[in-house]
Design a protein. Structure first.
Lengths: 105, 126
């Protein structure tokens, strides 16, 4: 139940993140100075917090999306399986986020 | 005043005829996003750094440029479909709803074109 609204929330959050992804590419195309200004902004505390949030949103939305795709085939829809896959999704998202930042830094 | 029943008034008008397209488009782009998203995460981790030169070199590789463009378009499309559902679910005033849907569509097309254009500029420049 909670995951359903979280799927939407992470989706909308990433829709906003799309603007930052486009800005990243646009500033890279604009040249070194513009790009440096962009990375300087995003390495601030708020920038890092947003990036951490978007990375979690990505892993959660992806894993829960696979869960939805499995449901579309009619599998795992009973309460017992749905509860179990919910925990797997949350666990995967948390682990993947930590692993990603651990590998990235 | 019409003597037609409510059912009689709508019979033969047909459905919106686009429900399946939306549903299917969301699924197809979701599957594409699993592939492109995995590639993007993997690529970010393989980058030496996010400094200008490293990023330009990465985007300048033709295959990376193509995949990045595909990612941008698929993301924008998938995001548009998702945001559309959210707007339709939560925004009920007809005027606000139409304006929100329009703005969302414009913003998504803008973001997709901007990303692809920037990728092209970098690719051609390198």
């Amino acid at each position: 139940m909670v995951l359903s609204i979280l799927h939407r929330a992470t989706g909308v959050a990433m829709s906003i993140g799309l603007v930052v992804l486009a800005a990243w590419l646009m500033q890279a195309a604009a040249g070194p100075e513009a790009y440096l200004r962009f990375t300087a902004t995003m390495s601030g505390f708020i920038g890092k917090l947003l990036l951490a949030g978007w990375s979690f949103a990505f892993f959660f939305h992806a894993a829960n999306g696979v869960r939805h795709l499995a449901w579309d085939t009619g599998r795992g829809f009973d309460k017992r399986h749905a509860d179990r896959s919910a925990w797997i999704v949350v666990g995967f998202a948390a682990l993947a986020t930590v692993a990603f930042w651990w590998a990235a830094t | 005043m019409s003597l037609k029943t409510p059912l009689g008034r709508v019979l033969g008008l047909g459905s919106a005829k686009e429900g399946t397209d939306h549903w299917w488009g969301q699924r197809v782009s979701a599957v594409a996003m699993i592939i492109l998203g995995s590639w993007f995460v993997y690529s970010l981790l393989r980058l030496d750094s996010l400094t200008y030169l490293d990023v330009i070199r990465f985007i300048g590789v033709p295959l990376n440029g193509v995949l990045l463009s595909l990612l941008s378009i698929t993301l924008a499309y998938h995001s548009y479909l998702g945001v559309q559902v959210v707007i339709e679910d939560y925004v009920h005033a007809p005027g606000t709803k139409v304006v929100s849907l329009l703005l969302s569509r414009f913003a998504h097309v803008f973001v997709a074109i901007a990303s692809v254009y920037a990728t092209l500029v970098i690719g051609i420049g390198s």
